[in-house]
Design a protein around this ligand. Structure first.
Ligand code: BTN
Length: 251
């Protein structure tokens, strides 16, 4: 792998329960930053909010990697989501030049308004410090069918491009992009990351429909604050929301 440290220690598994859980179980051995595990199939893939992450075996990319982001304090941890989102956006947009590729706050990537990738970040803290982060990414690559009842509004690179992709090639590009964003963040270039994040955020500075407190609302997405809350302007007031409090409505 043509990277500096991500993927230098690399495990490829035909099947695991969840790559995040597999990597988390290795933490007692103090593995080095950058360790990667990729699986062809997960029997208990985990999504956000306790949901399952489904996928046809051998068709998609499901991997986890380890970071030691000790330069972040716990309240800055959303920067990890930002950097992975920006890396995913860049890599997917380069592979699908004719598509609209957006970051959907807080954990998804959309292609033409359908979910193509998601991430699940699980952090370990030591007192008031961040110790390590296990970051799991699922990218729909060659899978063709996404029944709405299991997948919601989803798609894959192959469905959009009408050709198949080499999963290892996508993985290498993605890990390279993540490494570059991570090193830039570590070097203190937060403004650049914030700009790339907001510049590619779905709905940014637009009037969009959301379900908030059980009601459909028309809001303007104003940004994402320092701790990762979504900032929206609603009925003339600025309000901040956490993940489970709001739902984006499409069409
Ligand atoms: C989501 O969008 O809900 C997050 C999906 C994260 C899925 C990936 S697949 C690899 C890694 N292992 C898991 O169990 N989950 C993440």
């Amino acid at each position: 792998m043509n990277t500096l440290f991500i993927g230098k220690i690399f495990y490829r598994m035909p099947v695991v329960d969840s790559t995040n859980d597999w990597l988390t179980a290795r933490l007692v051995e103090n593995p080095p930053e950058g360790m990667v595990v990729v699986a062809d199939d997960q029997t208990a893939g985990k999504g956000q909010s306790g949901n399952r992450w489904w996928g046809e075996p051998g068709q998609n990319l499901t991997l986890s990697f380890l970071l030691h982001p000790r330069f972040l304090v716990p309240r800055e941890i959303f920067y990890l989501n930002k950097l992975v989102s920006v890396a995913l956006q860049k890599v997917i947009a380069a592979m699908l030049p004719d598509a609209e590729v957006h970051i959907k706050w807080p954990n998804d990537l959309l292609v033409n308004r359908r979910k193509v990738a998601g991430m699940l970040t699980e952090n370990q803290f030591s007192g008031t410090k961040v110790k390590s982060s296990v970051i799991g990414i699922g990218v729909n690559i060659n899978q063709q069918l996404f029944p709405e009842e299991s997948y919601g509004r989803a798609t894959s690179l192959a469905v959009v491009a009408e050709r198949s992709f080499d999963r290892d090639e996508v993985m290498e590009k993605l890990l390279q992009a993540i490494e570059a964003e991570y090193l830039a963040l570590k070097a203190g270039r937060r403004d650049a990351l914030d700009r790339s994040y907001l510049g590619n955020l779905w709905g940014y500075q637009e009037k969009i429909r959301m379900r908030i407190d059980g009601e459909e609302q028309s809001v303007v997405l104003v940004g994402v604050d320092a701790v990762g809350q979504l900032a929206v302007e609603m009925e003339g007031k600025l309000r901040y929301f956490q993940v489970k409090e709001v739902e984006f409505l499409f069409e």
